[in-house]
Design a protein. Structure first.
Length: 172
């Protein structure tokens, strides 16, 4: 019935809906998503500490898996399928658990571009999140316009965008 009402020209409403949905999925997949985060945690020394940290990290948007290594003072987070870890919430979750966040390393998938100032960036989904990229400039420039997975240390700054000191780039 809906097809008969909205059909004008060679395409039906349902065909148009499927095409627009597919386009949205294709465009969304080419932007940055935080897939893995490793954070060093100062002061975490016992299973009770780890439990408190895990409880707070479970509240971070996009987190599916949490692996805490008490000996190394480290937590590894993995994203839900099709989701992005809201990395800006991670340091606060550690602080809320009563500990001090230290070095953060992340693997972020997306597209490397240049911003209006000519700086290298990893652009976020719908343009809402942008990471500045530092490190081996020649390595990074070789992937401009490409869908990649970037791994490196995340430099947390009061103002955004945050910076990733790139250690590795893999083409997707």
């Amino acid at each position: 019935m809906c097809d008969k009402i909205y059909r004008k020209g060679p395409f039906s409403f349902s065909t148009l809906f499927v095409a627009v949905s597919l386009l949205f999925v294709l465009l969304s997949s080419s932007y940055a998503e935080v897939k893995r985060v490793t954070i060093m945690i100062k002061g975490m020394a016992c299973p009770f500490c780890a439990y408190g940290v895990e409880k707070k990290l479970k509240r971070v948007k996009g987190v599916k898996g949490i692996d805490i290594d008490i000996q190394k003072g480290m937590a590894r987070l993995t994203a839900e399928e099709g989701q992005s870890i809201e990395i800006s919430q991670v340091p606060g979750a550690i602080e809320d658990a009563g500990f001090t966040p230290d070095r953060i390393t992340a693997t972020v998938t997306g597209r490397i571009e240049r911003n209006e100032k000519g700086n290298l960036i990893l652009k976020s989904r719908e343009g809402q999140r942008t990471f500045n990229l530092t490190g081996d400039r020649k390595l990074i420039e070789g992937y401009i316009g490409s869908d990649v997975a970037v791994t490196g240390e995340v430099i947390v700054q009061k103002e955004k965008p945050w910076t990733i000191n790139v250690e590795r780039v893999e083409k997707k």
